[in-house]
Design a protein around this ligand. Structure first.
Ligand code: MG
Length: 291
């Protein structure tokens, strides 16, 4: 099941995307409920309640996609340095967190967060914030959507708490990461969390080996498999939930593979007009242009 949030006739709506990806079947929802986007449907599914009636089939050409969860209820959890080749490419970058110059995998998952207000839709512009940063970078990531919440979730039980997945671009201002050491500020600037194109239920992809690719304009920069995670999804869920209760609709970005702009010599940071396209096998693609 693919759940999309979109604007049609000036209103936010939620619907199920058909398998040929050319129309959405729209749920009949009160406007206040539709405002929650995909979260409204996800919460009903998790509670085992009946889904609202489906109404009109709307052609893709008549809608404007929004982020599948346009305003998450709280911060997006993110894993840092979760692919070994990426650890190596940023080893001497001064990006803090105790493993500054290490090319080895971290001993434990590095977890930080992005504010919910940084979320934007596929197709929405990534703001340059030129007064603040000259080192805007992209990070293609698989994001996990939590279904059933819980605390102290074991690795063995973790996948029972996953509802599905989406794509996130963990946009990062590298100079702010260095200046402020902690990563929160550099990764939470307005528009720094493109998300989409929709939510995909976990039965539709095999995250033990899913391809993740990222192009900037026509250049393929990132190309890896989720089989290369240092800490897999059960491990991330167990780590976060050890002392923090997870709730339905929580989002965990699983880290980016090698090939970020900062990893090139000289670095290839994003410039105005650049187009970033991220594709994950089984989900679709997320494309945003830099304003
Ligand atoms: Mg990241």
């Amino acid at each position: 099941m693919k759940i999309a949030t979109f604007i049609h006739n000036g209103e936010r709506k939620v619907g199920i995307v058909n398998s040929e990806l050319n129309y959405v079947e729209c749920f009949k929802l009160a406007p206040a409920v539709a405002n929650l986007g995909g979260l409204a449907i996800l919460e009903l599914l998790v509670e085992g309640e009946e889904l609202p009636e489906l109404g009109a089939k709307i052609e893709f050409s008549d809608i404007k996609l929004e982020a599948p969860i346009p305003r998450p209820r709280r911060n997006i959890f993110c894993a840092g340095k979760n692919y070994l080749e990426h650890v190596k490419e940023v080893a001497h970058s001064g990006l803090g967190s105790g493993t500054t110059s290490s090319t080895a995998a971290p001993d434990a998952p590095i977890i930080f967060s992005k504010v919910p207000e940084s979320v934007i839709a596929a197709g929405a512009p990534i703001l340059r914030h030129a007064h603040l940063t000259s080192q805007v970078d992209y990070e293609a990531e698989l994001a996990v959507i939590i279904g059933i919440g819980g605390r102290e979730i074991s690795q063995d039980d973790a996948m029972k708490h996953v509802w599905g997945y989406t794509i996130i671009n963990d946009v990062s201002a590298r100079d702010l990461q260095k200046r402020h050491q902690q990563w929160h500020l550099a990764k939470s600037l307005d528009s720094f969390c493109p998300m989409g194109p929709w939510l995909v239920s976990k039965d539709e992809l095999d995250v033990s080996d899913t391809t993740i690719k990222c192009w900037v304009n026509s250049e393929l920069r990132q190309n890896a498999s989720t089989s290369q995670f240092i800490f897999d999804i059960p491990s991330l869920i167990a780590t976060i939930s050890a002392g923090i209760t997870l709730y339905p609709g929580d989002i965990i970005a699983t880290g980016t593979p090698s090939g970020v702009g900062m990893g090139f010599k000289p670095p290839k940071f994003l410039q105005s007009g650049d187009r970033v396209r991220i594709e994950i096998n089984g989900i679709g693609y997320l494309e945003n242009r830099v304003a």
